[in-house]
Design a protein around this ligand. Structure first.
Ligand code: FAD
Length: 323
């Protein structure tokens, strides 16, 4: 009978991504309710040492597939190994990140396992032993509870929503064969973000700008505020389409889904497609000169004024506070 909670951990350049620890902690919480084991699949090259860190966050057993074929990440190869390990170990629940990589991998793995997948979940629970995944629907207007009739019940979890808490377990390494047959696709080039900034999906603070920034040069004041708050700058699609910001900065339905502790929306009206990407932020501050802008319906704090006046003042105050 299917048993236990399994996660698919993510690493990049030999370091675990934050979502891996969030997955481990969430899995631990679920497994503790039934007295079951938490296991993890960790794929890459030269990554066995990362198993101990997963152990610190509640993982009992880590299936390590350490093979040059696993680096860099490629859907086909990773999906084949993940599906094989899942079939051999028969977990009741399988959790992945709803990160860029996790979104890519989870759908392929679900198809290989012929099981149901609840994507981009913001909560999970056990209800009378039944795994229930909770996800925003209709651009965050309501939440759906998803129950999967097949096993494993699969869910991808939105990054930055689930807390990562240390809870030391063994993190025992079980080596798995990660050799794969010749693949139809191969990675020709990896273009790395060299900005040195935290990725939007992992950022604790995001200072985001829209059409109200008036042009690319307007973002200098947002960069300054973000630097003071150790945050990352985001953008609305209007700003990206205008060529003011790169596509990787776009927040929303066709951009990134983010859940920072603090989201400061400057000159963003709050169209439904933008809200879909940021409404799970823990605290939303909106700065907009139009008191009727829809962003204020989602904001915890709102400033109705010219952002070119408010943002520099806010930066000056924050500088004093962090000094
Ligand atoms: C299929 C589809 C997918 C989409 N996906 C996305 C997506 O992923 N992300 C996204 O963001 N959008 C997306 N959109 C576009 C979305 O509908 C909006 O057009 C877009 O979000 C508007 O961007 P904005 O708020 O920056 O611009 P606007 O709606 O033009 O708002 C600009 C705001 O700036 C304010 N402002 C202007 N000057 C100042 C000032 N000096 N001080 C203070 N406030 C000022 C104005 O009052 C206004 O509220 C999508 C649309 C479609 C159809």
């Amino acid at each position: 009978m299917a048993k236990g909670v399994m996660i698919v951990a993510e690493q990049r350049d030999g370091a675990l991504r934050k979502i891996s620890l969030e997955l481990a902690s969430t899995a631990r919480k679920l497994a503790d309710q039934t007295g079951d084991e938490v296991s993890a699949i960790l794929l890459g090259s030269g990554i066995e040492g990362l198993a101990a860190e997963l152990g610190k966050y509640g993982v009992d057993k880590v299936f390590v597939g350490d093979n040059a074929a696993m680096e860099p990440y490629i859907t086909e190869a990773h999906a084949a190994v993940v599906a094989k390990v899942v079939k051999e170990n028969d977990p009741a629940i399988l959790l992945l990140g709803a990160s860029v990589q996790g979104k890519d991998l989870s759908s392929r793995v679900a198809a290989k396992l012929a099981t149901g997948l609840a994507t981009d979940c913001t909560d999970v629970k056990l209800d009378g032993g039944q795994f229930v995944a909770i996800r925003p629907m209709y651009a965050g207007k309501c939440f759906g509870e998803i129950v999967t009739g097949s096993t494993p019940a699969m869910a991808s979890l939105r990054p930055n929503v689930f807390p990562a808490a240390e809870n030391a377990k063994a993190g025992a390494v079980v080596k798995v064969d990660a050799a794969v047959d010749a693949q139809k696709s191969k990675v020709l080039e990896v273009q790395k973000d060299t900005s040195g900034k935290v990725d939007l999906t992992e950022a604790n603070v995001i200072v985001s700008g829209g059409r109200g920034m008036k042009g690319p040069e307007g973002y200098a004041i947002l960069e300054e505020l973000a630097d003071v708050l150790k945050g990352t700058v985001g953008a609305s699609r209007a700003a990206v389409d205008a060529g003011w910001r790169p596509q990787k900065d776009q927040v929303g339905q066709t951009g990134k889904v983010v859940s920072p502790n603090l989201y400061i929306a400057c000159g963003i009206s709050g169209a439904i497609q933008h809200l879909a990407g940021m409404s799970s932020s823990k605290c939303i501050v909106a700065i907009n000169k139009d008191a009727e802008a829809p962003i204020f319906t989602k904001a915890d704090y709102g400033v109705v004024d010219d952002l070119f006046k408010v943002v520099p003042e806010l930066t000056a105050v924050c500088k004093k506070l962090v000094a």
